[in-house]
Write a protein that binds this ligand. Structure first.
Ligand SMILES: Nc1nc2c(c(=O)[nH]1)N[C@H]1C(S)=C(S)[C@@H](COP(=O)(O)O)O[C@H]1N2
Ligand SMILES: [Mo]
Length: 335
């Protein structure tokens, strides 16, 4: 995949090849811009090639499609290969639509993701019910290429389209009592078959949460798209969380409520199995899951002949950006 100006890339991401490609892309951009008679500062950033999907397949209002299509590449770009669109949208966890990896892609077409509203509640000066359009008004969307590491020890690299949760938080003005942010997924059994199941062990709706400083971190993203297109339902349309240094179960999908709280909120997986899944869920190769090691991961696409096993990195490779949030904390205790 492609990258942008070398000055935008943190030293940890730089490889000789990356520097070479960045220079080449920069020169190419500068040349085409010069040919148009525009200044150097307008050199285009390089985006992932948009998914090749039929327009009829992409569900969402025109204003959203336009806003997504005009997203710019983020300041820093990862140089690892992207996981192909078919895998990102065909191998999912979204238990509301079934427990197998292919169930969400097969079943999530029943979800009505547009129109959509999100309730902002709790310790905040501007609570209320906001439409998706309200939430995105004036927001400059970015393409952010991040690693996603599931607690089940597989991973992907996804070109999300979204914006920093911090931007939204600032707009709604949390009070001094807001210490945590709690998120809730839609509960609509008529469209989410597992919510009707009498055998489900999950206490719906799906819930997640972050500490306020984690929520305000610039890497913490609200995504509305991927691969240059509106977020497919199986990936959590129309709005889902992305917290790249944490395990995938923190990336709550199809969010209908964001609540600012004084106390640490209850979260779905830690309610279900508190010894196995914690509130923090920071990716950590040294802290094993009670039933398996977290030292390595299977990077998708992965097959029997080419399992593509790679070492897992502390904070999923984002330690330089986030380790300070946990200074002095015992990461074994607060898993
Ligand atoms: N509402 C809801 N959000 C969810 C889940 C879920 O079952 N329901 N699964 C989580 C898990 S375990 C992972 S790994 C990611 C997967 O995101 P993806 O399917 O877009 O890769 O979504 C997370 N968000
Ligand atoms: Mo996961």
């Amino acid at each position: 995949m492609l990258i942008k100006q070398p000055s935008d890339i943190p030293s940890s991401e730089i490889t000789p090849e990356a520097i070479y490609k960045a220079r080449r892309e920069f020169m190419r951009g500068a040349m085409s811009v010069a040919a148009l008679g525009i200044g150097m500062s307008a050199a285009p950033r390089v985006l992932a090639e948009p998914a090749h999907v039929a327009e009829a397949e992409v569900k969402g209002p025109d204003w959203l499609k336009q806003q997504i299509a005009s997203a710019k590449a983020a300041q820093t770009q990862l140089t690892e290969s992207l996981t192909p669109y078919e895998h990102v949208t065909g191998y999912n966890n979204f238990y509301e639509f079934g427990y197998n990896k292919t169930d969400p892609a097969a079943n999530a077409h029943t979800l009505t993701a547009h129109p959509w509203t999100v309730e902002i509640a709790g310790e905040v000066a501007k609570p209320g019910t906001y439409t998706l359009e309200d939430l995105l008004k004036g927001v400059a969307l970015e393409e952010r290429v991040y690693r996603l590491r599931c607690v089940e020890a597989w991973s992907m690299v996804v070109p999300w389209i979204g914006f920093s949760l911090a931007d939204l938080i600032k707009r709604v003005e949390p009070t001094g009592n807001a210490k945590f942010v709690a998120f809730t997924t839609l509960e609509r059994p008529s469209e989410m078959p597992e919510q009707k199941s009498r055998f489900s062990t999950i206490d719906w709706p799906y819930r997640e949460g972050l500490r306020m400083d984690e929520a305000m971190h610039p890497l913490t993203t609200l995504a509305v798209g991927l691969y240059g297109k509106v977020l497919p339902n199986q990936n959590g349309a129309p709005l889902r969380l992305v917290v790249p240094w944490k395990y995938g179960f923190k990336y709550i999908k199809s969010i209908v409520k964001i609540e600012f709280t004084e106390k640490q909120p209850k979260t779905t997986w830690s309610m279900l199995a508190p010894d196995e899944y914690g509130f923090y869920a920071n990716v950590n190769p040294q802290v094993s899951h009670p039933r398996w090691s977290q030292a390595e991961e299977r990077r998708l696409p992965s097959g029997l002949l080419k399992p593509n096993i790679i070492p897992t990195q502390l904070f999923n490779g984002y330690a330089e950006q986030v380790a300070h949030l946990y200074k002095g904390m015992d990461l074994r205790k607060f898993y």
